[in-house]
Write a protein that binds this ligand. Sequence first.
Ligand SMILES: [Zn+2]
Length: 334
Amino acid sequence: MSNFNLSWDNFFGNEPAVDYLRKNLAENIFPHAVIFSGIEGVGKRLAAEICAAALLCENPRDGAPCGVCDNCNLTAAHTHPDFYIVEAEETKTARNIKIGQIRDMQSEAALMPINSARRVVIIDGAELMNKAAANCLLKTLEEPPGQTIFILLTTNLSSLLMTIRSRCGTVRFDKLSAASIRDVLISKGVEDRDAGKFAAIANGSLGQALKFSTSDGAALRDKALDILNKLIANKLTNEEIFTAGAKFAEWSREKFANFIVHLQRLLRDVCFVGELEPYNSDIAARLAEMKLPERKIFLMIETGVEYRKRLRSNANLRLLAEAYLFQLRKIYGG
Ligand SMILES: [Zn+2]
């Protein structure tokens, strides 16, 4: 027996979406094309793979895959011949789904299924299709190959072509409450105190909270907070910046990019105190006391966006990190 993980028992939150999908699977009325919409880390991909397993399974029960047949195991291993996943390809400057990937998928989707009664295609990150790719997919959705089911996942429903949206059902996946994220983390063995903190800064994304709990996400947030505190106290000296730069130089570019994201979120919370639900609800009171003019906050946020872009170039990480901090200080003092 392999460790089959595509079970609804492993899925947390979004009960209405799950009930709807299971009912459709159980009654064999699953839509031919459906969009799962919601922020990153709320289970869209897991739900899509569980649906795929149930659709390809020999003995599905109550809208769930049996978990023991060959089809189930092949689906879970991503080696099922009737299961196809399209994902964005990442280059230095862009992350998107290209027309060639959609064409490759189409030639597969047009074939008769091999192992199961149907084929299932997942397109993860449908908003990352460029225009040509989206139009190419549209043709397939207009004349769908009879036995193929399409599940599109997106974090940005409004950016999909209206013509694509109109041909698909839509299932919404909502943010999870901090309390339920905390409960899941505790059930996975995270300490109570840490679970509360990770849940508070995950902004409704269980995936994000799990990342925090298994990486140094919370430490990154604290490092960003430390820099922000020093900036506001006029203590971000040249020496501080060079010391920080040396530390950042030991990090991966991705880790530094995440550091910028945390700093951006802190700035946003300072700016919209009492107006928007904070990302960092555990320290909202402390952030509310920080006095920073809105204009400067926006400039700092723009700077963060710009430096995250520059990170994708070959520029030296240490120099880039130092330039970023110097720029923040200049805006603060300006
Ligand atoms: Zn099965």
